[in-house]
Design a protein around this ligand. Structure first.
Ligand code: PLP
Length: 353
């Protein structure tokens, strides 16, 4: 039986994507070769890269020719330093909403002065700071979804300076105006595909601001000039991303997936609030549609609850080690049936104590 996988990343992908990806390893497009053994300069792979880049822009509604899509090595964590290396001259403004933002800040500090406009560290990041002011700076950086704590930015500040966003754990999960950002990046292993690449959506105009020498591999200009093929790209990760983005489009695109994601999130949060055995971690108004974090009020029940969900074929429900408790990650590919089953197990625990 296939498990119900609530893993936070890498995470579940559509079954059809797993099957097509597996087939491509054996025999890509029925041409007698594996996707893993063809040249990245071959027509077959160049077509994969071009389609994946175009589809990423299409799904983000950024086909206005102002943006480029890149699939780069090194995950989101390399983007923490690459953004700063390219664009931080004197001072940048960062919003601190958790471990990932803090890591982005730590890397950027190597390149210039960092102004933390606000932080929710005082409450172990269970909320999103609001009403902060943003100084004039080279750019403002934020994290749209805080994977570990289950908080999410519902809107983004108007700044007058370039806005950069780490969207690793909620890109393509709901309709937002991607045009309000100058640079977006996301590790692929949540809503895009498999680990091994990060998607970058970058406004071309921004490149005019780069006025220093950047090593080739860390330069956005290099990768744009070479259509994301400066060196051997992470070919398999890009291929899986293409399969998954095509799946998303076939589902009806972002509008359709958003309505499913809303239903899943509403189901789990309703149960967290209703069930007297549980409570939620994140402030209600800042709750994430992707990662729901919750605790048992009585820790003595955890063995019983863990046994219940594990026996039911649920995987990956344990919270991140820094906050404990439980975390249900409900990325695009997680079926609503998995959430229904989890709710059923929470109710079963309540009935049987
Ligand atoms: C998972 C995650 C990352 C880290 O991504 P890597 O690709 O492993 O570097 C960064 N930011 C957020 C918000 C994440 O959820």
């Amino acid at each position: 039986m296939k498990k119900h996988n609530f893993c936070a990343g890498p995470c579940t992908l559509p079954q059809s994507v797993f099957e097509q990806a597996a087939e491509a390893v054996k025999n890509y497009n029925n041409n007698g070769l594996s996707i893993l053994e063809i040249s990245h300069r071959s027509d077959a792979f160049v077509a994969v890269m071009e389609e994946a880049r175009a589809l990423a822009l299409e799904l983000a509604d950024l086909q206005n020719k102002k943006y480029e899509a890149l699939f780069l090595h090194g995950g989101a964590s390399t983007q923490f330093l690459m953004t700063a290396y390219n664009f931080l001259d004197k001072k940048a403004a960062y919003l601190d909403t958790g471990v990932w933002s803090s890591k982005a800040i730590k890397e950027a500090e190597l390149f210039g002065e960092i102004v933390q406009v606000a932080s929710s560290k005082d409450k172990n990041y269970n909320y999103v700071p609001k009403n902060y002011s943003i100084p004039n700076a080279d750019y403002f950086h934020c994290t749209s979804n805080n994977t570990i704590y289950g908080t999410q930015l519902k809107d983004f500040p108007q700044t007058g300076i370039p806005v950069f966003c780490d969207m690793s754990s909620d890109i393509f999960s709901k309709k937002i105006d991607y045009n309000q950002f100058d640079l977006i990046y996301a590790g692929a292993q949540k809503n895009i595909g498999t680990a091994g690449t990060a998607l970058v959506l970058i406004k071309k105009e921004l490149l005019k601001k780069i006025n220093k020498q950047v090593p080739s591999m860390l330069s956005y200009q290099t990768h744009i000039n070479r259509k994301s093929m400066f060196n051997t790209p992470p070919v398999y990760a890009v291929y899986v991303a293409l399969l998954n983005l095509k799946w998303l489009k076939k589902q009806g695109g972002i509008t359709a997936i958003e309505s499913k994601n809303r239903k899943k999130a509403a189901l789990i949060y309703k149960e967290i609030d209703r069930n007297p055995l549980f409570y939620g971690f994140a402030e209600k108004e800042d709750r994430s549609m992707m990662n729901a974090t919750f605790f048992l009020k009585d820790k003595n029940l955890s063995d019983r609850f863990d046994h219940l969900w594990q026996k039911a074929g649920i995987n990956g429900l344990k919270g991140h080690r820094t906050i404990g408790g439980y975390r249900a990650s409900m990325y695009n590919a997680l079926p609503i049936e998995s959430v229904e089953l989890l709710v059923e197990k929470m109710q079963e625990l309540e009935k049987n104590i």
